[in-house]
Write a protein that binds this ligand. Structure first.
Ligand code: NAD
Length: 478
């Protein structure tokens, strides 16, 4: 496949390519261009040219054009699902869910956009301002670079470009080099729907091209989802030009189970909460903090439940868990598991991999000084269990990480649940379910090193636009 710059399907300027490998089979399924900095510069120039006209269209014109993309995407769903399965290694059922997220999100953002309102500040609220009537409008930033990680490429591209484009910005998507194919197919639909060249472009490539895009003074917003490590580099790059940033970063969510909790429910919640997408989820339940009086019961039940998970061919609709994005990712998880064992944890289940297929794994006897209970995010199917005596202690352990994306608490005591939710410093908390929830509506995002800003249908338009005040002066009508 080729990338899309200024409406054209193009190769890299030096002709180099990246092989896209099906992680379940090791087979090369396609190649994409390995973009150069010159390619990035061409995309930035095209995005700036296109933005002038795109931002002048009426909101309803942009909304109607993008509605055509919704219809086109829904018509080709089967193709996207299979491609997504193959390039990500995620099970068929998960690919069905994710592929449908794209038109669903776009549709919801369109609906929201048609009902956005500004504000009016009447005259006379301050002395000496009696002749002024102010109102605000939301202006696009200009060109937005949208950087997408490998774990949910289609959903996260959908989250970013829907609001960005509707609001009158143009977008350059820099997709992960591991699994860009489904996203390229979706971007091709925008031309078919009549969206002008340069409004939405997609660039394939690695860190070098990402750095070029994020350091450019001709880019006006950087909308990033990915690791905290990369997020910090992007924040630094953005500071050179004071470019607006939105950062959705890594997490190490605490999963707190109190002794009065429904243990069977908590165990079931860890299955999806930790194993979805082979554990490669930012808001997965990563640190399992279990009150000591119920820890043994919880652990035994979890081991039995994890043993029943059907792992295998992602394309088989019966498969519950597929494989990781590549062998290197599984090897990294292996190193992290071995490191945690070296720090004193015990392996209760799993702890091995076959190529990119990492087995559901349980580590017990974790202690609060271990890296896994602090900032080491294991991006794989590993549940790390630690006991606690008092709920205050659990909150303290939850808060010792510099990451603060999500979290959850299981208890029948709602006063206690609400107290824990307020005290654990994160962007979201769940009661009696794992933190693994990203509804389209919620303002999603992190506290501390898990990010800056919020993303979701109810908030993204505030992120991708800047408020401008226009004032009628010397009216003196009151
Ligand atoms: P990553 O940070 O390695 O890469 C993300 C994107 O940034 C990729 O497209 C990559 O090519 C690009 N990139 C890498 N280095 C860059 C640089 N120096 N300058 C510009 N671009 C650069 O992340 P990943 O491994 O693809 O994704 C996994 C991480 O993403 C995990 O930490 C996970 O928790 C996080 N994540 C967060 C959320 C969220 O909403 N908070 C959602 C999904 C994933």
């Amino acid at each position: 496949m080729k990338m899309i710059i200024d409406g054209q399907k193009v190769d890299s300027s030096n002709g180099k390519v990246i092989e896209i490998i099906n992680p379940a089979t090791g087979e090369v399924i396609d190649t994409v261009p390995d973009a150069t900095v010159e390619d990035a510069d061409r995309a930035i120039a095209a995005a700036n040219r296109a933005q002038k006209e795109w931002s002048k269209l009426l909101p309803i014109q942009r909304a109607n054009m993008l509605s055509k993309v919704v219809d086109l995407a829904r018509a080709n769903m089967d193709e996207y699902i299979t491609l997504l399965c193959k390039e990500c290694g995620k099970p068929y059922t998960e690919a069905v869910f994710e592929a449908n997220e794209f038109p669903d999100l776009l549709q919801e953002y369109i609906e929201k956009y048609k009902h956005l309102e500004g504000r009016v500040i009447e005259n006379g609220f301050e002395a000496g301002q009696d002749g002024n009537l102010m109102f605000t409008v939301r202006m696009p930033y200009g060109v937005s670079v949208c950087l997408v990680p490998f774990n949910y490429p289609v959903e996260l591209m959908g989250q970013k470009i829907s609001s960005t484009l509707l609001a009158g910005n143009t977008a350059i998507v820099k997709i992960s080099p591991y699994n860009p194919l489904t996203c390229i197919k979706l971007v091709e639909l925008f031309k078919e729907a009549g969206i002008p060249d340069g409004v939405l472009q997609i660039i394939t490539g690695g860190v070098e091209v990402g750095e070029r895009l994020t350091h450019s003074k001709d880019v006006h917003m950087i909308n990033f989802t990915g690791s905290t490590e990369t997020g910090k580099k992007i924040y630094e790059a953005a500071a050179q030009n004071l470019t607006k940033v939105a950062l959705e970063l890594g997490g190490n969510d605490a999963f707190i189970v109190c002794e009065d909790a429904d243990i069977d429910l908590a165990v079931e919640e860890v299955v999806a909460g930790r194993l979805l997408c082979s554990g490669q989820v930012c808001i997965a339940a990563k640190r399992l903090l279990i009150q000591n009086s119920v820890k043994e019961e919880f652990t035994n039940k979890l081991i039995e439940r994890f043993k029943k998970v059907k792992q295998g061919d992602p394309l088989n609709p019966e498969t519950e868990m597929g494989c990781m994005i590549n062998v290197a990712a599984a090897e990294k998880v292996q190193r992290q598991v071995e490191h945690t064992i070296a720090q004193g944890a015990k392996l209760a289940l799993g702890g091995t991999h076959d190529g990119a297929f990492y087995k559901p794994t349980i580590l017990v006897d974790c202690t609060r000084d271990m890296d896994v209970m602090n900032d080491m995010e294991i991006f794989g199917p590993v549940a790390s269990i630690m006991g606690f005596d008092t709920v205050e202690e659990a909150v303290d352990i939850a808060n010792q990480s510099t990451l603060g994306l999500g979290g959850c608490v299981f208890t029948e005591n709602m006063k206690l649940a609400l107290k824990v939710c307020r005290e654990v410093v994160t962007g979201s908390m769940n009661i009696n379910a794992s933190s693994l929830l990203r509804s389209h509506e919620m303002p999603f995002g992190g506290a501390k090193n898990s990010g800056l800003g919020r993303e979701g249908v109810c908030v993204s338009f505030d992120e991708v636009t800047q408020e401008k005040t226009i004032v009628f002066r010397n009216l003196h009508i009151m």
